[in-house]
Design a protein around this ligand. Structure first.
Ligand code: PLP
Ligand code: KYN
Length: 425
């Protein structure tokens, strides 16, 4: 399709967009009385209007039923997480028994490492991407130290080649081969938070297994953003937060995946708690832990239902729409944003560099733009003028045109604000 940098063209794309009605389902912050152009759904998704009712229902049940709410609330609290199994399994490509919701992302990665990072003899190394999100780096460093290793001995980072912004698949595969029988675990972010690069989860997982390692994924920037087939790709484990593309609210609950092939392995160590105990017998208060079947067997504490409520509202919305429709719009609106950036770049004396891979198979809902000619002043101008982006050192703005609530007209308007910002600076 040939795009045009005009308001009328952008409005036409919105008129043809089957998802455009969802925009009204979200609360937008306002600047000068106008809805902002929101590019930070990869950090904190907007609040769906329907979410409040899910939270209110629990507040009301709690007021009226108190402890009885565990069993008699509108959506009883004791098995509240079961409502996630179907919709969430479709979002990440899993069997319903392979997913559950609990805790928060880094906490879940630590807990899953208890089961899946089992260094033994010469097989003790963890392979991850260089410049992973800092929380992942701290998590991995602290895990290897916990097992008595030095991070410099046990952690192998896959580097970018000189002058390149993204990691090549061939370099990941070569590194896996090189580390070979010393490799205990591969753990990478499915979509890199900084560049927006999408990794080939299927191929990397297969290569990790061929080297005899376990393979896990941090899907913070992937869940609700890219097509995932975690079961078929044979991924051992994964975890993600729900507050980015899944719009569940600040710091909210995490989802996790444990492949079916591990569910009945009684040898697998795990940190246990009563919410992971055999469900039929949970309230019998038995002394010995008998894990519930599936990912739920990794649960520990009784559920924070107030924080799960917004997440449930969100997965139900995703279920209504389906990942395929979202991905179709994601690719079109991202391509339109890329087009707008190039148009503005031609019109003004500036040099942006999109550091996100250009191949549609290697990118999703994010374009990271290196501002060679501009700096922080431009970012401040955008924010003051109703364009919410984020800034990452040394000189990158990240733009996530989230398909659920961003419009094509937003992309056009953004181009106009960007142009004015460059001309003013
Ligand atoms: C890739 C990645 N990992 C981990 C985190 C941190 O997650 P949390 O603070 O929810 O543990 C984030 C974002 O905050 C992230 O983008
Ligand atoms: N949870 C947060 C709390 C405060 C500030 C940022 C975050 C983020 O999520 C950052 C995000 N992970 C990122 O890709 O930059």
């Amino acid at each position: 399709m040939t795009f045009q940098n005009t308001k009328a063209f952008a409005q036409q794309l919105d008129a043809e967009d089957p998802l455009s009605k969802y925009r009204d389902e979200f609360h937008f912050p306002k600047v000068n009385g106008k809805k902002v152009i929101y590019f930070t759904g990869n950090s904190l998704g907007l609040q769906p209007k329907r979410t409040k009712a899910y939270v209110d229902e629990i507040m009301t049940d709690w007021a009226e039923l108190a402890v009885e709410g565990h069993f008699y609330a509108h959506k009883p609290w004791w098995d509240y997480q079961e409502r996630f199994a179907n919709p969430l399994s479709k979002i990440v490509g899993a069997k319903p028994s392979e997913v559950t919701v609990m805790n928060t992302l880094t906490v879940n990665l630590h807990l899953l490492m208890v089961s899946f990072y089992k260094p033994e003899g010469k097989r003790f190394k963890i392979l991850c991407e260089a410049k992973a999100f800092p929380s992942d780096q701290y998590m991995i460093q602290s895990q290897v130290k916990f097992h008595g290793y030095k991070p410099e001995d046990a952690i192998v980072e896959i580097q970018r080649r000189e002058g390149e912004h993204n990691i090549r698949l061939e370099d990941v595969l070569a590194k896996i081969k090189e580390v070979g029988d010393e490799l205990a675990l591969v753990l990478i972010g499915g979509v890199n938070y900084y560049t927006g690069q999408v990794f080939d989860i299927k191929t990397i997982t297969k290569a990790g297994h061929e080297a005899g390692a376990k393979v896990g994924w941090d899907l913070a920037h992937a869940a609700g953003n890219i097509k995932l087939e975690l079961h078929d790709w044979n991924v051992d484990f994964a975890a993600w937060c729900s507050y980015k593309y899944m719009n569940s609210g600040p710091g909210n609950a995490s989802g996790c995946f444990v492949h079916e092939k591990h569910h009945h392995n009684k040898e697998l160590p795990r940190f246990a708690g009563w919410w992971g105990h055999n469900k039929e017998r949970r309230f019998k208060m038995e002394p010995d832990f008998d894990p519930a079947n599936g990912a739920e067997g990794w649960q520990i504490s009784n559920l924070p239902v107030l924080s799960l409520a917004p997440y449930l509202a969100s997965v139900e919305m995703f279920d209504e729409i389906g990942m395929d429709a979202l991905i179709e719009k994601r690719d079109k609106i991202t391509a339109y944003l890329e087009f707008i950036l190039h148009e503005i770049d031609k019109e003004v004396d500036s040099t942006f560099e999109i550091i996100t891979p250009l191949a549609p198979s290697e990118r999703a809902s994010q374009l990271s733009v290196f501002l060679h000619g501009e700096g922080r002043k431009l970012f401040d101008y955008l924010m003051k003028n109703g364009v919410i982006t984020d800034w990452r050192e040394p000189n990158v703005i990240r733009l996530a045109p989230v398909p659920l609530y961003c419009s094509y007209e937003d992309m056009y308007e953004f181009g106009q604000v960007l142009k004015a910002g460059i001309l003013n600076s």
